[in-house]
Design a protein around this ligand. Structure first.
Ligand code: BES
Ligand code: ZN
Ligand code: MN
Length: 497
């Protein structure tokens, strides 16, 4: 979809469809919808007063103007109760309107951006674009039948009245587009099957981003990782024939900037290994690299937004499969940190590959490490699929994440990491076991990871719930969600303020 900014007023603007929003009645009409109503001789206010459009949240109704306006059609979309309105509802309402327009087969529409409810043109536009692009996302790369039935909006025009407005709208548009494209990149990777989105494909994607954005990149193969001492990552990778990759992507806007490491779990398929998973829903384990996908998306967006930071993205990428070469329960692994781990379950592989990634990240002496991982089913049991688990060792960093979560609409909920939980992963033969009890499973995953960051401020986001969803949300279609990208980008944008 092409989105452009134009100068004009919606009641005077010729187009296929004019998009209008209204709060739930009995709110008086204000802004562009009021001007359109005047031009249309009170048609809309009559309609609303007669109870034919109530403005309930996400309600959509399409009208033909029959020459009464330069626009051929008008789509009214409800914003719900005015006092309950926020940017999250706005993204949802825009998405619902976009889906309605797309599914009606209309190819072009216009919307006038006006500041309201204390929000700037930039904010309104950024969230408009985000809601529109994320809500109309489709993954149909592998559909070959009836491709002619795939519908797409071709063009959206955002109207500003003055030079000042159009320039602010342009900035909001650019940011919204960059962030949405990054989320869609992560969604594409999570939705892609594991025979396409292999560790090598992740490395190639990272290379492509590095090329386009001028980032530094290094991709270690298994023998290099082994030579370096990454015993945990190597153990997990050994069972697969698909070459594993340890990917390091680096963005540096200048000297002396804060260094932040983003580490993402890149299990391109998790069968559980020798501790094999039940078959039911195992196909969803193609999305076990959603943490890695979020890191790639966030790195791309940070670079395109030219954020003043030094960012390092670290992605251990491999499959977790059973085979004659696979690691086994009872094996003792020597991690890159030198600490040893007794394998209890080969299905607790995420924390193993991340332990080496976290240790590796310490060489950058970062101000903060943030890891994202579809780490535990226990986190899904605890929080469901709306919310990610939040764990960390640094109050200030945790607070920053919570602020970014609230702003971006990607919810994160804090778990404790008290020392007492460490009891669960003590081993008789090694420094730690990779599994504790079923109880507090998500926390135990976090405790395990905490042993590999030394004193560095660190946060772990368990995205097992929200990474892949079975039921769509207002602006998140079902399947891979790209969760984490928007939270990370918000965090990084606000980092120096
Ligand atoms: N990738 C899974 C976690 C997961 C489960 C993600 C459901 C998304 C949806 C992870 O590698 C795993 O298997 N974790 C185990 C840990 C256990 C053995 C301690 C789990 O949650 O059962
Ligand atoms: Zn896994
Ligand atoms: Mn697993």
């Amino acid at each position: 979809m092409e989105i452009k900014v134009e100068k004009g007023r919606s009641e005077k603007f010729p187009c296929e469809l004019l998009l209008l929003f209204s709060f739930e009645s009995p709110e008086p009409l204000e802004g562009p919808i009021k001007s359109v109503d005047l031009e249309w001789k009170g048609y809309l206010s009559t309609l609303i007063s007669q109870g034919d459009f109530k403005g309930e949240l996400f309600q959509c109704r399409l009208f033909h103007t029959q020459g009464a306006l330069p626009a051929r059609r008008v789509l009214l979309t409800g914003l719900g109760k005015k006092e309950e309105f926020d940017l999250e509802k706005w993204r949802g309402a825009v998405s619902k309107a976009g889906q309605f327009i797309r599914d009606s087969g209309v190819k072009q529409f216009v919307f006038q951006i006006k500041r309201f409810k204390g929000l700037s043109e930039e904010e309104i536009t950024e969230s408009f674009v985000t809601g529109l692009l994320l809500g109309t996302y489709q993954f149909n790369e592998f559909k070959t039948l009836e491709r002619d039935k795939i519908r797409k909006i071709e063009e959206a025009a955002l109207l500003g009245e003055t030079e000042q407005e159009t320039s602010r709208i342009g900035q909001g548009l650019e940011r919204g587009r960059i962030i949405s494209n990054a989320v869609c990149l992560a969604r594409d990777l999570a939705n892609a099957p594991s025979n396409q989105a292999t560790p090598n494909a992740l490395a190639e994607k990272a290379q492509e981003i590095a090329r386009n954005e001028g980032l530094g990149i290094e991709v270690l193969d298994l023998s290099e990782a082994e030579a370096m001492g990454m015993g945990a990552f190597v153990a997990v990778a050994k069972g697969s024939q698909e070459p594993a990759k340890f990917i390091i992507l680096e963005y540096n806007k200048g000297k002396g900037l804060d260094t932040i490491v983003l580490a993402g779990k890149g299990i391109t398929f998790d069968s559980g290994g020798i501790s094999i998973k039940p078959a039911e829903r195992m196909e969803q384990m193609k999305a076990d690299m959603s943490g890695a996908a979020a890191v790639l998306g966030a790195m791309e967006a940070a670079s395109k937004l030219q954020l003043p930071l030094h960012l390092v993205g670290i992605i251990p990428a491999t499959e977790n499969l059973p085979s004659g070469k696979a690691y086994k329960p009872g094996d003792v692994l020597k991690t890159l940190s030198g600490q040893t781990v007794e394998v209890i379950s080969t299905d607790a592989e995420g924390r193993l590959i991340l332990s080496d990634a976290l240790t590796y990240s310490l060489r950058y002496k970062p101000k903060a490490i943030i890891d994202l991982a579809t780490l535990t089913g226990a986190c899904v049991v605890a929080l469901g699929d709306y919310v990610m688990g939040l764990f960390g060792n640094d109050e200030a960093l945790l607070k920053r994440i919570e602020d970014a979560a609230a702003k971006s609409g990607e919810k994160a909920w804090r778990f404790p990491l008290w020392d007492e939980y460490f009891e669960y992963i003590k081993s008789d033969v090694a420094d730690f076991r990779n599994v504790g009890t079923r109880a507090a499973g998500a926390i135990i995953g976090g405790i395990f990871l905490s042993k590999f960051v030394e004193k560095t401020p660190w946060v772990h986001l368990d995205i097992a719930g929200p990474a892949f969803i079975e039921k769509e949300r207002p602006y998140i279609p079902k399947g891979g969600t790209g969760v984490g990208v928007r939270l990370l980008v918000q965090l990084l944008r606000d980092w120096n303020s």
